[in-house]
Design a protein around this ligand. Structure first.
Ligand SMILES: [Fe+2]
Length: 58
């Protein structure tokens, strides 16, 4: 998840450097994908925690 946040921050930095609208659009698209990746990893992490917290019957 830290890698996704770092990628998002990097795209944000590049967006601020760019003065080409087409490049900025592509970077915004890529940045948004990183936001979604972060969210999906967070949801998956919650599922793993729920699974690990279940009572175990042997
Ligand atoms: Fe990613």
């Amino acid at each position: 998840m830290a890698a996704e946040e770092k990628a998002r921050a990097t795209y944000e930095w590049l967006i601020n450097l760019s003065d080409d609208p087409d490049v900025t659009d592509a970077l915004r698209f890529l940045r948004q994908r990183e936001v979604v990746h972060f969210q999906r990893f967070g949801e998956t992490l919650n599922l793993v925690h729920d699974y690990l917290d279940r009572k175990k019957y042997y």
